[in-house]
Write a protein that binds this ligand. Structure first.
Ligand SMILES: NC(=O)c1ccc[n+]([C@@H]2O[C@H](COP(=O)([O-])OP(=O)(O)OC[C@H]3O[C@@H](n4cnc5c(N)ncnc54)[C@H](O)[C@@H]3O)[C@@H](O)[C@H]2O)c1
Length: 327
């Protein structure tokens, strides 16, 4: 039985990935410090370790017998990283170095790293691919770019690193986030009868959380460990303008008003080419933005997520609360 270690495995992506790797017959060790992570899943072969990626020494025996590490743990999002940039650098950059060093000591030969299409930042009106220059617009994206550079500088024969630049993710997860565009806009539409779009003309690629997990599973199973690889993870058809997302939601949640505000609060604007991951790994997303809109709408109509604006669903508000607590 293959055994994988997932850092940040109680998170939004990590919970879905844990479930998926378990279903594929693998054993999973989840390491998470519970900063924002959701519940521990009660699944045979899945174990949980309370650990911090900045202090790998405290839980290093968890690496024993592990085939590959999926490194998801991070302070996630522009807003959350902006609250305390020192902590963001310590967790996202130094934490990545600590995890890679521990892989080497434990003889783990493969590391999959969760990066982001946010690295592209603001682009001209063309499609970017993995060769395109990166223009990070936030501390969050800067920590990811620097982590990528570090991982790509390692000797391949010691640690094969695979970098996955995910599109903006959406969809239901055991640890829900309502600070992601599609999720929060849908919840606003259901609850308040309106969605607010700032700017609107920015392009952004989207990816369902189940498909993000499937991409990791495919990369883990492709047997090309020694090949350095950077993939954009998403689908060409799911590059959308934000005003189009507003209209799509209004079409699925009757009575929704779309408010376009002139001020653009987020400068990110990029359309991304996702062909290589489809070509090399046969990756095709199975779910689209509209599926999430319907899932969240139906869940809320069924009484779930009435408290969707609670701080626990927001990485930014969680980070603000941590600063107030002095944590
Ligand atoms: N959700 C997206 O749209 C998206 C897009 C691109 C990339 N990513 C990347 O995917 C990964 C997972 O993101 P997510 O959406 O699941 O976010 P998330 O915030 O839900 O998950 C992050 C997890 O890491 C844990 N964590 C935080 N600091 C830690 C520390 N010091 N030690 C151990 N664990 C710690 C948290 O408790 C949480 O469970 C991140 O690396 C993120 O940058 C996410």
């Amino acid at each position: 039985m293959k055994k994988y270690l997932i850092t940040g495995g109680r998170g939004y992506v990590g919970s879905v990935l844990t479930r998926r790797l378990h279903r594929s017959g693998a054993a999973v060790v989840v390491v998470d410090n519970g900063l924002v992570g959701g519940p521990e899943l009660d699944l045979p072969g899945v174990t949980y370790v309370d650990g911090d990626v900045r202090e790998v020494g405290a839980w290093e025996n968890a690496f024993k017998g592990v085939e590959a590490v999926v490194h998801l743990a991070a302070i996630v999002g522009d807003g959350a990283c902006g609250v305390d940039t020192d902590t963001a650098w310590a967790v996202n950059y130094l934490g990545t170095i600590r995890v890679a060093e521990a892989c080497r000591r434990a003889g783990v030969r493969e590391l999959v790293f969760a990066s982001t299409c946010s690295n592209y930042g603001v682009t001209e009106d063309t499609e970017v691919d993995v060769w395109s220059p990166m223009a990070p617009q936030s501390t969050y994206a800067e920590t990811k770019v620097m982590s990528e550079h570090y991982l790509l500088s390692l000797p391949r024969d010691v640690l094969g690193t695979r970098l996955l630049r995910f599109a903006t993710i959406h969809g239901l997860s055991p640890r829900m986030r309502f600070d992601l565009a599609v999720n929060v806009m849908t919840a606003d539409a259901v609850t308040r009868g309106r969605v607010t779009v700032h700017g609107g003309t920015q392009w952004r690629p989207f990816l369902h959380v189940e498909d993000a997990a499937e991409a990791v599973r495919l990369v883990l199973g492709d047997g090309r460990r020694a090949a350095p690889s950077v993939y954009n993870v998403g689908s060409g058809e799911e590059n959308h303008r934000l005003d189009a997302i507003g209209e799509l939601i209004a079409g699925e949640v009757p009575g929704t008003r779309v408010e376009i505000r002139a001020e653009q609060t987020d400068p990110r604007d990029y359309r991304v080419n996702f062909d290589p991951i489809g070509r090399d790994l046969g990756f095709t997303p199975s779910l689209r933005v509209v599926d999430t809109v319907r899932d969240i709408r139906d869940a809320m109509h069924g009484g779930e997520f009435a408290d969707y604006d609670s701080p626990r669903y927001s990485n930014y508000l969680t980070a603000v609360a941590a600063v107030h607590r002095g944590a």
